[in-house]
Design a binder for this molecule. Structure first.
Ligand code: ARG
Length: 419
């Protein structure tokens, strides 16, 4: 009889290595490992041999960078999705894609179960499990870290030793790190004290602003329908463009984020992020929207951005809400085409120029010179009608006060006006 198959989301780290063996024993199962390349700089070579040596019967390593950029990163960028206004969500965006990979492999292998190495107190378990449930409701998701017997890293290492599981001989990082093309997430260790400044060794892809070059660097980014397509006048495909901006931004100390954030499971956690390209692209994209989006669309879009960020963070990528919001966002992006020029300097970014064929900036209306085309007289009537409700309110309030009655709601304000 064929053994049960389990597809394991595998990174080659201690947890997922131990998982391969532990699951094969517990379920008497055949283990298939699946690793997605999301542009993490961590070496993927040698991973196949390692997975095999750990007991995997089959090993998948898939390059998902293109899909990650086209189907996850760019939609989030167009939506201006920053969780709690700051976090560009490299980790949160990667999970639904990895879940998709697991489901596809489970389907082609005829596996009824998939497994991930997330803990029971984070957001990632939710993202994996909700995504798998959405894409393949009949596939069972296992989360060994929630229910296995190991209480510490040392116990896992001991288990690995007993079972001849190869684990890296290098000293373990004092942090928990998750990295991909869109950014690095760093937590644990001394970072758990929110008053503790991150030590220099917490950072991997950005220099400290004070160590950045003394010369500023201008970058010009061209967007088409809200998607970045060129850098400094040269067309570059998405993955490359992000790679290049990570390099340039990292060199200038751009994209360090220190955030105490609200997890879905109710915990406040302190996380350090390094996301040079994401920080630069979000900034540039919003600056272009300021130029080309009609006022009320721009304002509405900032509300949509918050909803969109929440749904990504909270594991609802494969939800009808996302598809519905995408329809709105794509409609708004039809005019987000043009060029933004930024200056990067010692951890800071400033906009120094923007242009678009859809620019709604009208020099005739904006100018204070004799070329002014704005109808100043029209403002008089506009203001008297625009201010009418407030004026009426205060007339009534003042009448009541002068006749000795108690001032209504904003009476204090009215009193001050009367004095
Ligand atoms: N807090 C981030 C999120 O929920 C990152 C989680 C993973 N972080 C890590 N250092 N392993 O998206």
């Amino acid at each position: 009889m064929n053994r049960t198959k389990i597809v394991v989301a595998y990174s080659g780290g201690l947890d997922t290595s131990v998982m391969v063996k532990w699951l094969s024993e517990k379920y008497n199962a055949e283990i298939i490992t699946a690793t997605g390349d999301l542009g993490q700089k961590k070496e993927l070579t040698g991973l196949k041999e390692k997975a095999k040596a750990t007991g995997a019967s089959k090993v998948y390593i898939q390059d998902l960078t293109h899909d990650f950029v086209a189907d996850f990163i760019f939609p989030a960028l167009k939506a201006s999705a920053l969780y709690e206004n700051v976090y560009p969500m490299a980790t949160s965006l990667g999970r639904p894609l990895l879940a998709k990979m697991l489901v596809e492999i489970a389907r082609s292998e005829g596996a009824a179960m998939v497994a991930h190495g997330c803990t029971g107190k984070g957001n990632d378990q939710v993202r994996f499990e909700v995504s798998v449930a959405a894409l393949a409701p009949h596939v069972k998701v296992l989360a060994p870290l929630r229910d296995w017997e190991f209480k510490s890293r040392e116990q896992e290492i001991e288990y690995a030793r007993l079972h001849h599981i190869p684990v890296a001989a290098t000293v373990a990082s004092p942090y928990s790190i998750d990295e991909n093309l869109w950014g690095t997430s760093i937590e644990c260790g001394v970072l758990e004290d929110p008053m503790m400044e991150p030590p220099p060794d917490a950072f991997h892809r950005t220099v400290a602003p004070e160590d950045a070059p003394d010369e500023p660097r201008n970058v010009e980014i061209e967007f088409d329908h809200g998607v970045p397509i060129a850098l400094d006048g040269t067309w570059v495909a998405g993955v490359k463009l992000i790679d290049r901006l990570n390099e340039i931004g990292g060199m200038h100390g751009i994209g360090r984020i220190d955030l105490v954030e609200n997890r879905l499971v109710g915990i406040k956690s302190r996380e350090i992020y390094e996301a040079p390209a994401a920080t630069i692209l979000h900034f540039a994209h919003t600056e272009l929207e300021r130029l080309t989006l009609e006022k009320s669309v721009f304002h509405m879009k900032t509300q949509i951005a918050r909803e969109y960020a929440n749904l990504i963070y909270n594991g609802l990528w494969y939800s009808p809400l996302r598809t519905a919001l995408d329809a709105f966002i794509d409609e708004t992006q039809k005019t987000v085409t043009g060029t933004v020029r930024l200056r990067l300097y010692k951890g800071n970014m400033t906009i120094v120029g923007r242009k678009s064929q859809f620019s709604l900036y009208n020099p005739g209306l904006a100018t204070y010179t004799e070329d002014d085309t704005f109808d100043h007289k029209a403002s008089e009537g506009f203001i008297s009608i625009y201010g009418l409700p407030v004026k009426t309110y205060h007339e009534v309030a003042q009448k009541n006060i002068s006749e000795g009655r108690k001032p209504i709601a904003s009476g204090i304000l009215t009193k001050e006006i009367l004095q």
